[in-house]
Write a protein that binds this ligand. Structure first.
Ligand SMILES: Nc1ncnc2c1ncn2[C@@H]1O[C@H](COP(=O)(O)OP(=O)(O)OP(=O)(O)O)[C@@H](O)[C@H]1O
Length: 317
């Protein structure tokens, strides 16, 4: 059973605004799952339906095996909303104490839980200073701490690194990685593709309420049928013979080397044609007594995947 299961989910806000148009996805427990999409794609709506803040129009949404919005499940879930604002007169400690009371935790329990949570997000040394003095990154980390205080199994983070500088973003990624190590499930909404690529196990790309692609980052970024190869120093690839085997091949431009440094060995790009594998080329190299020193399957960034999809045209309403 997945931590999150969504089937054919539809949300129609009325007046022609359809935020979700039959979205299906499953998030396994212990994963970091990234939901990507441009502004207005429906990411926040999906989270809000799972949390019971917004009602679905049609389809199915389950969280930890229970229908979305189930009161018992809410206690097992943490949520960092997008654009949250904490009152500046609180300190990190007093804010978490306040949230602890909302979660129904006893004073003793709050005193037990607050320090490790603040420690985890790196705010323990500043826990008694006012939030109004915090940087954006610190406020976001405090938001994550608030979402963790009641020790939830699933954590929803809506744009947790929005407006945070690169160092702060890395700190938030490290917190997410630690939470995954503890076996928690993280559902991350983001439009920062580079971030998602670095941390997520699986991703889904949403646009105008439709799920365009879903899979591991590895699956989505693999440029199928494209390899880069390099041979031992001084060896050249016989391009014509390689083409006769049916491959498309081209030498790759080499990056500039610093003055005085030895030139870099040449590299070639090999494009497989339909149904072809790289194996006949490897056998051919061995027959030619050429020595393979470099072989990688080419990848594209998640950003390229995403931009490519935007270029494919929007779904019809
Ligand atoms: N309460 C609401 N009433 C009417 N329309 C809404 C409501 N909430 C969201 N929408 C609309 O639903 C669509 C999806 O919005 P949603 O906030 O889910 O997208 P998002 O992917 O989270 O976008 P962003 O990245 O900008 O937060 C948008 O067209 C938005 O204007």
């Amino acid at each position: 059973m997945g931590a999150v299961e969504v089937q054919q989910l539809v949300k129609d806000y009325g007046r022609g605004i359809v935020a979700l148009r039959g979205v299906s996805l499953e998030v396994e427990a212990g994963q970091i799952y990234g939901l990507l999409g441009p502004n207005g794609a429906g990411k926040t709506t999906l989270i809000k339906i799972l949390l019971g803040i917004v009602h679905k129009t049609a389809g199915n949404a389950q969280l930890l095996g229970r229908p979305a919005g189930d009161v018992q499940v809410r206690y097992r879930v943490g949520y960092l909303p997008e654009d949250h604002q904490f009152p500046g007169y609180h300190s990190a400690w007093s804010l978490l104490d306040f949230y602890g009371q909302l979660y129904g935790l006893s004073r003793k329990e709050r005193q037990r839980r607050i320090p490790p949570v603040l420690e985890m997000v790196g705010l323990l040394p500043r826990s008694r200073t006012k939030i109004r003095t915090y940087s954006k990154g610190m406020k976001q980390r405090l938001g994550v701490a608030q979402a963790l205080l009641h020790e939830p199994e699933v954590i929803f983070l809506d744009e947790p690194t929005d407006g945070v500088d690169p160092l702060g973003r890395r700190e938030i990624r490290e917190i997410m990685a630690r939470l995954r190590q503890q076996g928690r499930t993280i559902f991350l909404n983001s439009h920062l593709l580079g971030e998602v690529e670095l941390i997520c196990d699986r991703v889904a790309i949403l646009r105008q309420g439709e799920l365009l692609r879903e899979g591991t980052v590895h699956e989505l970024t693999r440029q199928q049928g494209c390899y880069e190869i390099g041979l031992a120093s001084g060896e050249q690839l016989p391009l014509e013979l390689v083409q006769r085997l049916g491959y498309a091949v081209r030498p790759l431009p080499l990056p500039p080397t610093p003055p005085g440094a030895p030139p870099l060995p040449p590299r070639w790009e090999i494009l497989l044609q339909d149904g072809q594998t790289i194996d006949p080329l490897l056998q051919f190299l061995a027959q030619q007594q050429l020595h393979l020193r470099h072989l990688v399957e080419r990848r594209i960034s998640l950003e390229d995947v995403f931009i490519g999809m935007q270029a494919q045209g929007a779904p019809q309403s």
